[in-house]
Design a protein around this ligand. Structure first.
Ligand code: SF4
Length: 310
C-alpha cells in the first residue's frame, strides 16, 4: 500500500509517538547561552525561542542568535500547535524597538530576526511597531540585516506596506501547514489570505526594485500528505516565495495537536529537491529546521547569487 504520509484515525487521545533518534535536542547551558538569557531578561525582551520552547535554542543562544518577539507574550489567536498562550494582551510598549536594537548591538548580531504574537486587536496589527523596530535596528547597527516574520495583518495591504517600506532584507510569513488542516490547526487564519500576503510582498518588492526576499515555512508530521505538501510548494512558488523552511512538528504538550508522524531525514531532503525544482531558490528542509534557523545564511546566499546575476 502506498504510504502517502497520512495516518488515518490517529487522534489526540492516542499515546504520543516515540521520538526517533535524529530528533535529540542539543545541550542547553554554557557561557554564551547564559549570557544571552541574562541580556534578554535585563532588557525585558521576549524571544520566540523561549516562548515556543524551540529545540534549537541551545545551539542558537550558544552562537549568540535569537528571534525577538514583539508585542507581548500573549496572542489573540489560538493555533492548536503553538505554545504561546492566548488571553488578555498587553498594551504596546513604545520603547520595545529601542531595546531590541540595543540587544542586537550587545549581541553583535550581523542579522536579526524579529517576529511577534498575533495582535488582531490593534488597528494595524502591530505593523508600525515592526517598521519602527526595523528602522531602530538599522540606525544603531549599520550593516545588520533584518528578517521579519509577520502575521497576516488580517489581509490589510496598508499594514503590510508599512512593514515593506521599512525594507527588511527578508519578509517571512509562514503558511504553517496545508490548507486542509487550517480549520484544525489555524482556525483564525486563512490559507488564501496568507498566500496573498506573500504575493503582495513579492509584487511590492519587484515594483520598487527593493531587494526584499519573500520567505515562508511549514511544519510536517501533522497529518498532511506528500501530495499536499508538493501542492503547497507550487502555491508558494507561484506567489513569489524565494526561501522556504520545512521542519518536523513537535507537540509542545499533550493538550496540543498531536504529532502524527516523524518524517524521515531522507524525505526532508527529497522535499528540498522538489521545492527547488518548483522554483523556490532556497529550501531549508530537515527535522530540526525552524522558521529562523540559518536565516542569515539563507539571506546571504540569495544576496550573493543576486550580485552574481547583476
Ligand atoms: S498566531 Fe502565531 S503566536 Fe499566535 S497562536 Fe498562532 S502560531 Fe502562536
Amino acid at each position: 500500500m502506498k504510504n502517502d504520509g497520512l495516518i488515518p484515525g490517529l487522534a489526540s487521545a492516542d499515546p504520543p509517538l516515540r521520538k526517533p533518534k535524529w530528533l535529540r535536542m542539543k545541550r542547553q547551558g554554557g557561557e554564551d547561552y547564559n549570557d544571552v538569557k541574562r541580556l534578554l531578561r535585563s532588557a525585558s525582551l521576549n524571544t520566540v525561542c523561549e516562548s515556543a520552547n524551540c529545540p534549537n535554542m541551545g545551539e542558537c543562544f550558544n552562537s549568540r542568535t535569537a528571534t525577538f518577539m514583539l508585542l507581548g507574550e500573549v496572542c489573540t489567536r489560538h493555533c492548536t500547535f503553538c505554545n504561546i498562550p492566548g488571553g488578555r494582551v498587553a498594551a504596546i510598549d513604545p520603547d520595545e524597538p529601542r531595546r531590541v536594537a540595543e540587544a542586537v548591538r550587545e549581541l553583535a548580531l550581523k542579522f536579526a530576526v524579529v517576529t511577534s504574537v498575533n495582535r488582531d486587536d490593534l488597528p494595524d496589527g502591530g505593523a508600525a511597531h515592526f517598521a519602527s523596530t526595523i528602522r531602530r535596528i538599522r540606525r544603531l547597527n549599520p550593516g545588520c540585516g533584518v528578517e521579519v516574520l509577520i502575521p497576516d495583518f488580517l489581509g490589510d495591504p496598508v499594514a503590510l506596506e508599512t512593514v515593506l517600506t521599512a525594507a527588511p532584507e527578508v519578509l517571512n510569513h509562514n503558511l504553517e501547514t496545508v490548507p486542509r488542516l487550517y480549520n484544525d490547526m489555524r482556525p483564525q487564519a486563512d490559507y488564501r489570505r496568507s498566500l496573498q500576503v506573500l504575493k503582495r510582498s513579492r509584487q511590492w518588492a519587484d515594483s520598487f526594485d527593493a531587494d526584499i526576499r519573500v520567505k515562508t515555512g511549514i511544519m510536517v508530521g501533522v497529518g498532511e500528505t506528500r501530495d499536499e505538501v508538493v501542492d503547497l510548494m507550487k502555491d508558494a512558488a507561484d506567489h513569489g516565495v524565494r526561501i522556504m523552511t520545512i521542519g518536523q512538528y513537535l507537540q509542545p504538550s499533550l493538550k496540543h495537536h498531536p504529532v502524527l508522524r516523524y518524517v524521515e531525514p531522507a524525505e526532508f531532503d527529497e522535499l528540498a529537491v522538489v521545492g527547488r525544482e518548483l522554483g523556490i531558490e532556497w529550501v531549508e528542509s530537515g527535522p530540526m529546521v525552524r522558521s529562523s534557523y540559518h536565516a542569515r545564511e539563507q539571506s546571504a546566499a540569495l544576496a550573493s547569487s543576486l550580485s552574481r546575476e547583476l
